[in-house]
Ligand binder design. Structure first.
Ligand SMILES: Nc1ncnc2c1ncn2[C@@H]1O[C@H](COP(=O)(O)OP(=O)(O)OP(=O)(O)O)[C@@H](O)[C@H]1O
Ligand SMILES: [Mg+2]
Length: 238
């Protein structure tokens, strides 16, 4: 196994009064792995991702990112954890009043990069997602798929060790979904650890990656336990 970037050790999560959203979930994700997280609505996918960037804390068990227990990071250090993680949500969550460029350059700016470096990083990631020429547009002037590509560019702008995506193609047609998935594969090829939550069986079958499946809070399938680890190279998307 590669050095673990994400480790869940018997992690359970209960939201107030509800049933267990996650029940004793244990797995590791190695450095540079590509993992699909799947399962029916309500299975616990968003909860699992939220635990990784400490949007929620576990009820019991431990979540480690790069060997650090995220539950015991002091609150004021949480931004440092989040800087190592890029996050893409289903609904892109772009800032409406900022241009594409400003949305993407935002993190490099608050990280204190020089103006030249901000520009270089923002244009590089926009180039990667094929939207450099739309840098001065506002989100409302873009299609849903384009907005999602900007959200991916934003998530990549600080060169995160880990890229998390929660149903990033939930609102898109199959061709656009393929295009979006290619961007995750591209990030994976550059060495980023990628975890993508998706319901989409077509996306999962189009790319030979590890699959973790949740059902009612239980981890019921881990394809890496059934066969040897998937190849890191030679991956293809239609
Ligand atoms: N903030 C919250 N407060 C209370 N219950 C919650 C909260 N977030 C999630 N839950 C519950 O935890 C369970 C898992 O929800 P979660 O959002 O993780 O599922 P999911 O697999 O992401 O589903 P979907 O595919 O619909 O996005 C559900 O029963 C949900 O109602
Ligand atoms: Mg969800």
């Amino acid at each position: 196994m590669l050095a673990a970037v994400i480790q869940f050790l018997r992690v359970s999560k209960r939201f107030a009064a509800g049933p267990l959203a996650l029940d004793e979930v244990t797995f590791e994700v190695g450095c540079g792995e590509f993992v699909f997280l799947t399962g029916d609505s309500g299975a616990g996918k968003t909860t699992l991702l939220s635990l990784i960037y400490r949007a929620v804390l576990p009820t019991s068990g431990s979540v480690l990112v790069n060997g650090r227990n995220v539950g015991s990071i002091p609150r004021k250090k949480v931004p440092y954890l989040r800087r190592t993680i890029g996050i893409v949500f289903q609904d892109s969550r772009l800032i409406r009043r900022k241009t594409v460029y400003e949305n993407v350059a935002y993190l490099p700016r608050i990280l204190g990069y020089s103006a030249d470096r901000q520009r270089e990083v923002a244009l590089d990631v926009l180039e990667r997602v094929g939207l450099a020429e739309r840098a001065s547009a506002f989100p409302a002037q873009l299609s849903g798929g384009e907005q999602q590509r900007v959200a991916i560019a934003r998530a990549l702008a600080n060169d995160p060790a880990v890229l998390l995506a929660d149903e990033p193609t939930g609102n898109l047609d199959p061709d656009l979904s393929q295009r979006i998935f290619r961007l995750f594969v591209d990030a994976h090829r550059r060495g980023t650890t990628v975890v993508v939550a998706t319901h989409d069986p077509q996306a999962i079958s189009s790319f030979p990656a590890r699959v973790l499946r949740l059902s009612q809070g239980h981890l019921v399938e881990d394809s890496s336990r059934e066969k040897t680890a998937p190849p890191v190279d030679g991956v293809t998307v239609r």
